[in-house]
Design a protein around this ligand. Structure first.
Ligand code: ZN
Length: 229
């Protein structure tokens, strides 16, 4: 009976990407809010900036992810097409290649040849794409899924500052957004570090530091524009 196992590294990749995406959403939207709030005293421009920042950021993350994963998908497709052609034109050489891979992994020559023969008989392209090209269901490129995951991560990060703009009186928005964003950055930074197997505290401090720099610079620019305008 096949038992299900949950392997940490099966999910690490996209979990870490999601945390970093949320990080982007949080820092860019909070900075926008602080910048516009520093430049003028009305709520509407701050709300519009936060909403536009969320939408624009999510779409640009999705577009970037879609393009980069699509090019990975194109490469995979080309590799599979080449492999299919080689399997058709040079079946013996491909069988020898697969056998050599299994010998390298520790099988005896005879067993390696038998395994290669049987797997080739069952699904030659499957065996070569898995064992020669290193493709698996977990790693295969899914551009649309990646784009949506990236946009969702950004929106999750951008939502807290937007919600604060909606629910907190304008006079307290800047301090509320600064404090909440800093707390969330420490949590996200620590989480990303932990997921990457790195020490928690330096990761949390690093992310929080750059978040503060981004918010402070944008608020300063907003203040200057507010004075000049
Ligand atoms: Zn091959």
């Amino acid at each position: 009976m096949r038992h299900l196992e949950w392997h940490r590294n099966d999910h690490i990749g996209w979990l870490r990407a999601a945390v970093l995406g949320a990080n982007d959403g949080l820092i860019s939207t909070s900075s926008l809010v602080l910048g516009v709030a520093a430049a003028q005293t009305k709520l509407e421009p701050v709300l519009i900036a936060a909403t536009a920042g969320l939408v624009a950021g999510a779409l640009s993350m999705a577009a970037g992810e879609y393009v980069s994963v699509s090019s990975q998908a194109d490469t995979e497709k080309a590799d599979l097409a080449r492999e299919t052609a080689e399997l058709a034109s040079k079946p013996e050489a491909e069988l020898a290649e697969l056998t050599a891979i299994y010998i390298e992994r520790g099988l005896s020559a005879q067993l390696a040849f038998q395994v290669a023969q049987e797997l080739t008989g069952k699904d030659a392209l499957g065996a070569h794409s898995r064992d020669e090209l290193g493709m698996s269901q977990a790693t295969i490129a899914r551009p649309l899924q990646a784009a949506m995951a990236s946009a969702a991560a950004f929106i999750v990060g951008a939502a807290p500052p937007l919600l604060l703009v909606i629910f907190v009186p304008l006079a307290s928005v800047s301090i509320a957004v600064s404090v909440v964003t800093l707390l969330l950055l420490v949590i996200l930074g620590g989480l990303a570090a932990r997921l990457g197997g790195a020490p928690l505290l330096p990761g949390a401090i690093r992310v929080a530091f750059w978040g503060v720099v981004a918010m402070a610079c944008t608020a300063l620019v907003g203040r200057v524009f507010g004075i000049v305008a």
